[in-house]
Design a binder for this molecule. Structure first.
Ligand SMILES: [Fe+2]
Length: 247
């Protein structure tokens, strides 16, 4: 069920803030889509917009911080183009390859146009606390001592944040995840914990967003993993979401 909001960017932010406090995510039906200026003003009520600096995405960036997710490509193996292609996107927390301080807190998505097939390319949310409950105490402990190999010490896959246990993790699918264990857990124990985490993420219980024009979704990156089901590119009527990442 979506809350409704109209009026100024500040009014929309008030509705979103209340939803975030209660659910860790907000789904809001806007009276109309926000202009880029109002979209940025809305975001400024929740945090600082992170610049989109990756060279590959520049053709899709407006105002330096708004990423226009438009389905332009058929299925592609080029990961930098996959957000703009028919590919599904595996479950992840945003910026899992960065330190906690450099990860966004909120991902804001606003639908300009759901495209020719609104049932495809659904954004999917999976609650971190539900995944956590599916893990044994042992697996949790191992994950809290394991990090991506190229991150600094302490930047573990499971970590404490504001008194809660929070994940920073991406399902790399067929790519290798290079990890380091900061304790003395064996390779087998780490592999088991990672497999249990992945199994927990993909067990039933995901929520899909059926996009329609004017729908605004804000994801707290410390409460939910997110991903996307496969889409269809329709050159005549592409899907178009606008995204902000806020810190
Ligand atoms: Fe993402």
């Amino acid at each position: 069920m979506a809350a409704t909001a109209g009026g100024s960017p500040g009014d929309v932010a008030d509705v979103v803030r209340a939803e975030l406090r209660q659910h860790g995510a907000a789904v809001v039906e806007l009276a109309d889509t926000l202009s880029d200026e109002d979209f940025r003003a809305f975001g400024a009520h929740l945090g600082d917009a992170m610049p989109e600096i990756a060279p590959a995405v520049q053709p899709f960036v407006t105002d330096g911080v708004i990423l226009n997710l438009v389905t332009r490509h058929a299925h592609t193996a080029d990961t930098s183009l996959q957000p703009f292609a028919e590919n599904s996107l595996s479950l992840h927390s945003e910026g899992s390859g960065r330190t906690a301080g450099e990860q966004p807190r909120y991902i804001v998505l606003m639908c300009e146009d759901p495209g020719a097939d609104p049932a495809s390319a659904q954004t999917v949310l999976v609650s971190m606390s539900v995944v956590l409950q599916r893990l044994s105490a042992e697996d949790r402990a191992v994950l809290s001592r394991t990090r991506y190999a190229d991150l600094p010490a302490g930047e573990t896959i499971l970590r404490e944040h504001e008194g809660r246990e929070v994940f920073a993790f991406r399902d790399f699918l067929h790519d290798e995840l290079k990890w380091v264990n900061e304790g003395d857990d064996g390779d087998d124990a780490v592999d088991r914990a990672l497999q249990a985490l992945l199994a927990g993420m993909y067990e039933s219980g995901a929520s899909g967003v059926l996009w329609r024009r004017g729908l605004l979704v804000v994801i707290d990156n410390t409460y939910f993993f997110h991903g996307r089901t496969a889409g269809v590119s329709s050159p005549a009527h592409p899907r178009h979401l606008k995204r902000l990442r806020l810190r």
